[in-house]
Design a protein around this ligand. Structure first.
Ligand SMILES: C[S@@+](CC[C@H](N)C(=O)[O-])C[C@H]1O[C@@H](n2cnc3c(N)ncnc32)[C@H](O)[C@@H]1O
Length: 183
């Protein structure tokens, strides 16, 4: 990314992650998508104010059909579990990546078993998920309803069902899991 890549930030919301990456990696270009037009409008304004209009291209598009080919990196920050058809989204990501590209998936931290998530962070995530993430995904076609506490095993299932051949937990914090998927 320091040398310069073509990256996509999908489900970018107000573009916070896109803007941070663009500032950090001035030689890279970012295409950023979300299916929610008001979020893309807000993201576009914020990026313009930050002087990043030439480095980021925003567009209204769903994860299942966003435009572009041969991305070196596709990022999903905290949004795969919100999608009604995460496998459809994963298949589309695979079709847009360069042969040596990487899909980075950042998800809320979760263990695979409910009883292992009944800690302060997990309880907050289950509550938020019940009000926000799960209804958002059920409202979309597919309704897989991963919820904010999907966990590594479920995300692996989604990614491998889509045809990715490599998947690993690349990193984690107390609040997030970071996965790397490769074609
Ligand atoms: C929790 S927010 C995360 C936003 C941003 N990535 C961030 O970390 O600040 C989830 C985002 O996913 C978007 N989203 C949900 N389903 C989507 C879909 N099928 N295609 C594109 N975006 C989607 C929502 O509009 C929302 O902006």
């Amino acid at each position: 990314m320091k040398a310069g890549v073509r990256a996509a930030d999908v489900g970018c919301g107000h573009g916070a992650s896109t803007i941070i990456m663009a500032q950090q990696y001035p030689n890279s270009h970012f295409s950023a998508f979300d299916y929610h037009r008001p979020s893309i409008d807000a993201a576009t304004t914020t990026a313009q104010k930050a002087g990043l209009a030439d480095q980021i291209t925003f567009g209204v598009a769903a994860a299942q059909d966003f435009p572009g080919k041969d991305y070196d990196l596709v990022c999903f920050f905290d949004c795969l579990h919100d999608m009604g058809d995460p496998i459809g989204a994963a298949k589309h990501v695979l079709s847009t990546l360069s042969p040596d590209g990487t899909w980075m998936i950042v998800e809320p931290f979760a263990n695979d078993r409910i009883e292992d998530n009944l800690n302060p962070v997990g309880r907050v995530y289950y509550s938020a998920s019940t009000l926000i993430c799960t209804p958002a995904s059920v409202a979309q076609d597919g309704a897989m309803a991963l919820g904010a506490q999907a966990g590594e095993a479920k995300i692996r299932e989604v990614v491998t069902a889509a045809g990715f051949t490599r998947f690993r937990r690349a990193s984690e914090t107390p609040f997030n899991l970071v996965f790397e998927a490769r074609p």
